[in-house]
Design a protein around this ligand. Structure first.
Ligand code: EPZ
Length: 420
């Protein structure tokens, strides 16, 4: 397995270009199952999760060609409707093929995604909504068997909890359904917004985009024509690099981003004393003499994103005073704390609230990545630590960060990928 060797006391400078958003690209790739034409998607990030979903579509009978950060996908010859365990177990977001397969073919079998490190992550809300749309669903042998032989019918869905992939799944299911679907308590994340925008531009009637109430007018199972489009920039990758600059007290400029997707993250960095300058597609951060302690609660968009919690927890170890971070979305998303403590961080966890004392001098050590965002937090802390740190099990990192060590090297970090 690969690991990253990082020399601490890093100073960064310069600028980098942010890649397309993994969490936008995944539903948009699943959406191609609704198309009658070959779909070209630009600004696709070069990360493992994308390769996994493309492999899944290929196994169903789709064909695709990759060219740099563009992919052209043709699902017109898809004949299989079974998403098998071997793939789904490696990436939970495979569940995003459930809605499109069911609404197009009237039946499908999708392996139940196991839990994952950060929590049990059920999909009960996805299934309940599809049943409300007329599907009959049975769970057998670790698989979801869904049937809707005459297609799905529009319904009024009220999500008990805001679910990002749940909303995406039901929007795609509703796109080819018979009649109107209303989704109340829908997710408003930018990744869901882009999925709705592309569907609307492809002829699916959708109202309320960006709000918590979506109305989708189905096409009665007529496939749609999807014109080429580009994936929105990755707001979490952008936030991660802003934290890299912040924790190493370096200036940094990020290009090709949607600054309107980073309001909560930039707000917290400003609260901590960093100077943030932005226009619509670039952000620059300037270091501050004293990093102020901060209080953070993770919530659904547009509030502070759970996917930035680990990175800010690492940053808080360098803040002057006591910070608190409350994780409200996932039940086990603090595994990075024990690894940060190995570097010398002073953190206490009480239920879902972490209390971080700072500033604490961090010292290099061997640490282990446990999930995607936790691994990025360890890289940030390693750059601020004195001495050498090895971050192990970075396959977690490769799932969602494109060329991370190359981008950091280009900014001056001493970081290299080695093999155990
Ligand atoms: C998406 O996961 C993201 N993944 C996650 O990013 C992100 O952390 C999460 O949304 C929250 O923003 C992708 O988009 C591929 P949820 P998702 O359904 O859709 C509960 C990353 O680091 N819930 O919004 O799986 C669930 O347990 C990843 O890139 C149910 O109870 O998250 C959680 O507590 C990690 N039943 C809450 O809702 C359901 O049927 C939010 O989950 C569905 C969800």
């Amino acid at each position: 397995m690969d690991y990253l060797k990082i020399q601490g006391d890093t100073s960064l400078e310069g600028s980098i270009t942010i890649a397309g958003a993994k969490n936008a690209a995944l539903p948009l790739i699943a959406m191609t199952l609704l198309a009658k034409n070959s779909v070209t998607i630009n600004n696709i990030p070069d990360v493992v999760d994308i390769k996994t979903l493309l492999k899944l579509l290929h196994n169903l009978g789709a064909t695709f060609t990759m060219d740099d950060n563009s992919v052209k996908i043709n699902t017109t010859d898809v004949t299989h409707t079974m998403a098998t365990y071997d793939i789904v177990k490696t990436m939970r977001a495979s569940i995003l093929v459930l809605g499109p397969l069911l609404t197009r073919f009237g039946h499908c079998e999708v392996s139940l995604p196991g839990g994952c490190a950060i929590g049990q992550r059920p999909i009960d809300l996805h299934l309940k909504a599809l049943e409300q749309m007329g599907a009959s669903i049975t769970i057998y042998g670790g698989y979801i068997r869904a049937e809707a032989p005459n297609g799905l019918k529009g319904a009024h869905i009220l999500f008990d909890k805001i679910t990002v992939t749940g909303t995406a799944n039901i929007v795609m299911a509703a796109a080819l359904a018979h009649g109107k679907t209303v989704i109340t308590n829908a997710a408003r994340e930018p990744e869901v917004v882009q999925l709705c925008e592309v569907l609307r531009e492809s002829g699916v009637g959708i109202e309320g985009i960006g709000t918590s109430e979506l109305v989708v007018f189905g096409t009665d199972r007529r496939l749609i024509e999807i014109e080429p489009f580009s994936v929105i920039p990755d707001r979490i990758e952008a936030g991660t690099y802003l934290c890299a600059a912040a924790i190493t007290r370096s200036p940094l400029t990020l290009k090709n981003i949607r600054t309107d997707h980073l309001e909560a993250v930039c707000g917290k960095l400003s609260e901590m004393g960093f100077k943030i300058q932005r226009d619509t597609t670039t952000i620059s951060i300037t270091p501050t003499e004293t990093i102020k302690a901060v209080d953070i609660v993770t919530q659904e968009y547009p509030a502070f994103p759970t996917d930035m919690q680990a990175q800010f927890l690492a940053l808080a170890t360098q803040a002057d005073g006591t910070s608190t971070i409350e994780e409200r979305l996932f039940e086990n998303r603090f595994m990075h704390i024990s690894e940060l403590q190995r570097l010398g961080a002073e953190i206490k966890l009480n239920g879902h609230i972490a209390t971080i004392k700072g500033p604490t001098k961090l010292f290099g050590a061997d640490v282990m990545a446990t999930d995607l965002r936790a691994s990025s937090a360890l890289v940030l802390a390693a750059m601020a630590a004195e001495g050498e740190t090895n971050v192990h099990r970075i396959y977690h990192l490769d799932r969602g960060y494109e060329k991370l060590e190359q981008k950091l090297q280009s900014l001056g970090a001493e970081i290299e990928r080695l093999r155990e």
